[in-house]
Design a protein around this ligand. Structure first.
Ligand code: HEM
Length: 495
């Protein structure tokens, strides 16, 4: 009878178990209302590890940050791809990309890792700079004079649109024939296409939490239509006509065509998955990074000074339309790096989930070990770490220089119980499941901030207004957007 209702009893040596009161759902409703508060309370009650039943699955939350590294140490019992593959299949509608399902023999993770570091990363970073300059500094829309007048709008929608447009072109290229770089009307038509894709992206992204929770996309007609429109727009027959595709997408087209049995639409859907992975977190992260800098005059001043020095050292000048910040130049801006990380610490909330392949004992840093059952999940929830006052003093406060050491360089040493932490900053996940696009993400956000701060006078309309709360309905999925937008104004500097 209990098994039918999905109840189970805690066995000897298993972590403390919280079943919740609702059959099937378990703790799902309390958890989803505010995961951080829910988990902080359980941590206070149960300690280093505890189990929660959520929608008929059992999740073991590792609550002791000193034990985070132990997850990798138990790697042979854990499958970090199963959940990702299943989620991507469910949401984007392509066949499962795990080679064991027989749809493709591509090692997708290898493709990502190879194409998002080293030379391909440098290539994408340079293209992103060119695209951001086109999107943010191009002379379209505004008359010459209007450009230099104040314009007010929502900061979130501004960051969202600019980063989406530039990011889309950086991944998938532009609809230009060879040597037509300056064909303005062609670029404007391409822009129209991307802004339509943005609307589709938003409609799909809105129902993302429901899709991950297991609801069928067919319950959401508009989101379904939007997903299919995005996939159609990214079919190989379309992409092959575009120029300047990223090395990542160029390789994925080749591997889709040679190693998979996907049809045209399925191939397009695999590209929608990459579009989502590369934007769903980066767009809100860009907003928070700029929002906090604008709210903190000291941060803004320090970063502007640092950018000026970087430009001097690299013999560049604001106003020159080329390059400005290549891969190596980022190392000259540790304050900017710290400010972006601090915004990520405050706004990211991704669940790191591993499926358990067989029964085993999880050994914690304390030396205690716990029996874990096959088909359960081991989970890290980084906000538990990011908001731990022992690790980050006054964790709710924005301190732009929190990730700087006394020499003004990147701080890498954080403590818990007097012991140095191996894992102290996890917005990009951990271990094997760490985001392969993290370097690109950091580069893109910094490029956007540098252009905003160099080329625009920019200010919040209410500099002392409330900080918008994080949208907890998306907790677990990555960087959380604000629950409401913030008004700001900007005007182009006369350089
Ligand atoms: C995976 C965070 C930007 C590509 C992940 C994961 C996290 C994450 C936490 C692991 C998810 C899991 O465990 O299931 C972020 C954040 C970003 C960001 C916070 C921005 C602030 C990007 C960008 C790209 C990207 C710009 C560029 C293509 C990917 C891919 C995966 C991934 C492809 C799946 C990896 C795999 O299946 O092997 N990201 N990401 N991400 N991210 Fe990012």
């Amino acid at each position: 009878f209990w098994l039918v209702l999905g109840f189970r009893k805690r066995q000897p040596h298993e972590p403390p178990l919280e079943m919740g009161w609702i059959p099937y759902l378990g703790c799902a409703l309390q958890f989803s209302k505010n995961p951080l508060t829910f988990l902080q309370r359980r941590k206070a009650k149960y300690g280093e590890i505890f189990t929660c039943k959520i929608t008929n699955n059992y999740y073991h939350f590792i609550a002791d940050p000193l034990s985070y590294g132990n997850v990798s140490r138990h790697g042979k019992y854990l499958d970090w791809k199963k959940f990702q593959f299943a989620t991507s299949t469910k949401v984007f509608g392509h066949g499962n990309m795990d080679p064991k399902f027989g749809n493709t023999s591509e090692n997708l993770h290898d493709t990502f890792v190879k194409m998002l570091q080293g030379e391909p990363l440098g290539h994408m970073t340079e293209n992103m700079m060119e695209n951001l300059q086109y999107v943010m500094l191009g002379s379209r829309n505004a008359s010459k004079q209007a450009k230099f007048d104040w314009t007010s709008e929502g900061l979130y929608s501004f960051c969202y649109e600019k980063m989406f447009e530039a990011g889309y072109m950086t991944l998938f290229g532009k609809d230009l024939k060879d040597h037509e770089e300056n064909n303005y009307s062609k670029l404007e038509a391409h822009r129209f296409l991307i802004l339509n894709a943005l609307k589709d992206f938003q409609r799909l992204d809105k129902v993302f939490p429901a899709l991950v929770a297991g609801f069928s996309i067919h319950l959401f007609r508009n989101a379904y239509k939007s997903r299919e429109a995005l996939a159609e727009g990214l079919c190989h027959s379309v992409l092959q006509k575009w120029q300047k595709l990223s090395p990542l997408i160029t390789l994925r087209i080749l591997l889709n065509d040679t190693l998979s049995n996907f049809d045209e639409m399925e191939k397009g859907r695999t590209h929608v998955a990459i579009l989502w992975a590369s934007h769903a977190n980066t767009l809100p992260a860009t907003f928070w990074a700029l929002f906090y800098i604008l709210r903190c005059p000291k941060a803004k001043q320090a970063i502007q000074k640092e950018i000026k020095m970087m430009l001097q050292k690299t013999k560049q000048k604001v106003g020159q339309q080329q390059s400005v910040i290549k891969q190596d130049d980022f190392g000259l801006m540790p304050i900017l790096d710290s400010a972006v990380k601090e915004a990520l610490r405050l706004s990211s909330a991704s669940l790191n989930i591993r499926a358990v392949k067989e029964d085993f004992r999880f050994v914690m840093d304390s030396g205690r070990s716990y029996a874990i059952r096959k088909d359960d999940y081991i989970v890290l929830y980084p906000p538990l770490l990011h908001f731990d006052p022992e690790i980050y003093e006054n964790p709710m406060d924005y301190q732009y220089d929190r990730f700087l050491d006394s020499a003004g360089q990147e701080k890498k040493v954080f403590y818990k119980n007097g012991r140095m932490l191996k894992c102290y900053f996890l917005p990009f996940g951990s271990g094997m499941a760490k985001c392969p696009g993290r370097h690109l993400a950091m580069n893109e956000i910094k490029q956007f901030l540098v252009l905003m701060l160099c080329y625009y006078d920019i200010e919040l309309l209410e500099p002392n207004g409330a900080i918008p709360p994080l949208d907890q309905s998306r907790a677990g999925l990555g960087v959380l957007p604000p629950t409401f937008d913030i008004k700001f104004r900007y005007k182009r500097k006369r350089l």
